[in-house]
Write a protein that binds this ligand. Structure first.
Ligand code: ADP
Ligand code: MG
Length: 321
């Protein structure tokens, strides 16, 4: 007998809540917010063929579905609290559900966030998660706070996820070990939650890089009414990406999506505080440029020449082909 909807929910997605007053099983979950805190709420939808390849192992997909949502909490500097899971599945595939829930719940446990509800339906494979977090009033990191003179920082390294995608597409070849490393960065990204929390009160603005550096930086610049000058030679790229020709490096690091690193600004004079926050979080951060008063983005090369950014616009699901 294949599992029914409610057995499936019970078997794979129901656990005793630790912090929530009431979790999965009733019409609503009940949460007790920390008095005085603000809620930080965000949703991300992952559709097969759009956001992930059919080849992704289910455990990694479970991880990634939550990680991309945690990344939004990270970008706001919020503390993860609870999440819901809306799942559309073509059929009940127990080994798949086993892997998916394992990856999802392992990351949830590690991140101190709990699954409190959701919805399950038959349909094309789609994963929708809504995360809820908390932040002290007025301390959320926003896209709109960048000021002229601020330094621009990036966590970790950019471009590996896109490099993996290009290998899948057959446009780039990598040795097996390197491919496995960049594939993990694409399929099992780490959200920079601790870094976001540590940057509260230090960073003036932040965003997570999900749609590409140039596009996501553009959102910060537009929201803040400023511009930026970026030094291409300082952009943090992994050793695997550094083996690639300059043209591939540019595409991956400037417009590759799915990096889930934090891009943030901080006032001049706060370099030490930023570095301390980064080492508390165990993440490397790199200064890549400066915020300027005049709107617009320039990325210049080693000779100081501006790069052509037309090809590096951020990802837009509804952009004409
Ligand atoms: P309702 O019909 O009242 O919306 P459902 O029958 O859809 O409730 O769901 C029953 C319970 O299971 C609810 O508490 C709901 O939040 C939970 N739930 C359903 N699907 C999931 C899922 N994929 N993950 C976690 N909880 C789920
Ligand atoms: Mg329902």
């Amino acid at each position: 007998m294949p599992l029914g909807e409610f057995d499936l929910i019970r078997q794979f997605f129901t656990r005793r809540p630790t912090r929530a007053v009431l979790g999965v099983g009733d019409d609503c979950a009940l949460l007790s917010p920390t008095p005085g805190y603000q809620w930080a709420v965000s949703t991300d939808l992952l559709v097969k063929g759009r956001h992930f390849l059919s080849t992704v192992p289910p455990q990694r997909l479970g991880h990634k579905s939550l990680a991309v949502n945690l990344s939004d909490l990270a970008a706001c500097g919020a503390n993860p609290v609870a999440f819901t899971l809306s799942l559309s599945l073509p059929r009940v595939d127990e080994p798949w559900l086993q892997g998916f829930s394992k990856g999802l719940l392992a990351l949830a446990d590690r991140s101190g966030i709990e699954l409190v509800g959701g919805d399950t339906t038959a349909g094309p494979l789609t994963v929708g998660i809504t995360v809820m977090g908390e932040v002290p009033p007025g301390q959320a990191l926003l896209r709109s706070g960048a000021c002229a003179g601020d330094r621009l920082w990036v966590s970790g390294s950019l471009g590996d996820a896109r490099l993996a995608l290009e290998v899948f597409r057959g446009t780039v070849a990598l040795p097996a070990a390197a491919f496995e490393r960049v594939r993990l960065r694409m399929e099992q990204p780490e959200a920079r939650v601790s870094l976001g929390q540590a940057l509260r009160g230090i960073a003036s603005s932040a965003i997570d890089v999900s749609d590409g550096f140039v596009g996501d930086l553009g959102h910060v610049l537009a929201a803040s009414g400023v511009g930026a000058q970026v030094d291409w030679t300082r952009m943090p790229c992994s050793a695997d990406l550094m083996t690639q020709p300059e043209s591939v490096r540019r595409v991956c690091a400037l417009s590759g999506g799915d990096d889930y690193e934090l891009l943030f600004t901080a006032p001049p004079g706060s370099d030490l505080a930023v570095q301390r926050a980064a080492s508390t979080a165990g993440v490397q951060v790199t200064p890549v440029g400066v915020i300027v008063p005049t709107p617009g983005l320039t990325v210049h090369d080693a000779e100081g020449r501006p790069l052509d950014l037309v090809a590096h616009a951020g990802f837009d699901h509804f952009a004409p082909p």
